[in-house]
Design a protein around this ligand. Structure first.
Ligand code: ATP
Ligand code: MG
Length: 434
């Protein structure tokens, strides 16, 4: 990180030597002043993009339309952006047109929040015309200038507002919050992809719980291009611990679970939000596993009087069968969600005393399973075809599924002879009857 800063200073030095103004600006200044790790250094300069390109050996025109040139120094990358105004905001999105200017002050004025509108010169002097540091000291997040105007210029700033408030543990200044509530409907103009990127950053940030609560309170989720199912969340019902769940997809599954959305609904919404195939598949699996567990439990309960099975044994069996059907990863996520929020269990029809046992034993039960997946069985479909002398068909997966469940529950050895014998019995006894 020292190297990162040294490179930024080299870039600024070089611009100064050539008669231009240059400063560190934006997030890096904010994070440096707050003693937080700086992820990247952005530099603002009076030099025009072509002048920047001529001054440095290795440049990439990454954002030429915004006046941004990426400069590479000692293997680190720096975004060098010409002082600019943004004009002609259309459709409440950031403008396509920019106008280069000579004034750092004007460049800072176009930025979103006072703490993001500070600059640092090479001598380490802070330039803070909008008193960002005072605001941070009072734990306030405030728009630069007129908040309504700023949100109307670019509605994405409302999501950034919530993200920064949660990330930096700030209160949203009264006028800024009031304007956000008034302008919330403008979020409909923002592409779902950009909404998703902000959501994802909130969920991976320091305080996802606060971010989501602010999202709910602000009404922003109901005002997205496609109103989000998550708008049905009730903030008081979110458990304090859910924000610590391990991944974005587990957190999303938790939120949809609480919003009362099923696997298919959640999946279709996440697709609109442009989450990756892998992410939406993961969320879908977790929600489907939760529903599956609920079904397994209901079935086990219905059959229990005859068998005299204990509640604990019933739970363990339902749990293992769910793992076999939906995969261990999905079931583990279900356990983590429920451990983070015991009240979530009741939606699955799991009683409070069972829930403690599941949170405590769930992972051990999974580890104790001799097999969890079909490919772990010591026979496959070809062995079955040879054994039964029957053409391939749906019966194979039915038999294999049966064998997997029996071995997973420790009722059958995962050993070729035993598996083939059971396969023969099952095929003749159960499938032929159907
Ligand atoms: P982080 O990278 O941690 O999200 P950041 O402040 O660096 O925080 P960026 O999106 O990298 O955020 O933007 C860099 C700077 O550009 C910001 O600090 C802000 O000054 C300005 N900026 C970015 N997006 C906007 C926007 N939508 N409206 C106004 N200014 C913006
Ligand atoms: Mg940044």
């Amino acid at each position: 990180t020292m190297q990162l800063e040294r490179g930024a200073k080299k870039v600024i030095q070089r611009l100064l030597e050539n008669g231009y103004e240059a400063y560190m600006v934006g997030g890096c200044v904010r994070d440096r002043q707050l003693n937080r790790t700086v992820k990247d250094y952005d530099i603002a300069t009076s030099a025009k993009p072509d002048q920047v390109q001529r001054l440095f050996r290795r440049t990439i025109p990454t954002g030429l339309q915004h006046g941004t040139i990426t400069v590479k120094v000692d293997d680190c990358l720096y975004e060098v952006t010409t002082f600019r105004l943004e004009s002609g905001y259309a459709d409440f999105r950031r403008p396509a047109e920019v106008q280069y200017i000579d004034s750092l002050y004007e460049d800072l004025r176009r930025r979103d929040f006072t703490m993001n509108a500070m600059a640092l010169d090479l001598e380490g002097r802070l330039i803070d015309p909008f008193h960002g540091m005072d605001d941070v000291a009072s734990r306030l997040l405030r728009c630069v200038g007129d908040a309504s105007e700023r949100f109307r210029e670019d509605a994405l700033r409302m999501l950034r507002c919530i993200r920064f408030a949660a990330e930096y543990d700030l209160d949203i200044e009264r006028q800024t919050w009031h304007s956000l509530l008034v302008e919330a409907p403008l979020l409909a103009h923002i592409a779902m992809e950009r909404v998703r990127m902000e959501l994802e950053r909130m969920l991976t940030g320091a305080n996802p719980k606060r971010a989501v609560e602010l999202l709910i309170e602000s009404g922003l989720m109901a005002n997205a291009k496609q109103p989000l199912l998550l708008a049905a969340l009730e903030p008081g019902k979110l458990s304090p611990a859910w924000g610590n769940l391990d991944s974005v997809t587990t957190k999303l599954a938790y939120l949809y679970w609480h919003a009362g959305a099923g696997a298919a609904e959640a999946e279709s919404e996440l697709r609109k939000l442009t989450f990756s195939k892998q992410q939406l598949e993961q969320v879908r699996q977790v929600l489907a596993a939760a529903a599956g567990l609920s079904r397994q439990l209901a079935e086990a309960e219905a059959g229990t009087e005859a068998s005299g099975e204990s509640g604990e044994a019933r739970l363990e069996r339902a749990w293992k069968l769910t793992a076999v059907a939906f995969g261990a990863a999905a079931v583990e996520a279900v356990r983590n969600i429920a451990a983070a929020d015991p009240a979530a269990w009741t939606k699955l029809g799991v009683s409070i005393d069972m829930s403690g046992s599941l949170a405590e034993n769930g992972n051990r039960w999974l580890r104790d399973m001799p097999v969890q997946r079909l490919d772990e069985l010591r026979i496959n479909g070809k062995d079955l075809i040879a054994l039964m002398n029957r053409p391939a068909g749906a019966w194979i997966s039915q038999v294999m599924g049966h064998l997997l469940r029996e071995t997973a529950l420790n009722r059958l050895e995962n050993e070729k002879e035993a598996l083939l014998a059971e396969a023969g019995r099952y095929e003749a006894g159960v499938l032929r009857q159907e």
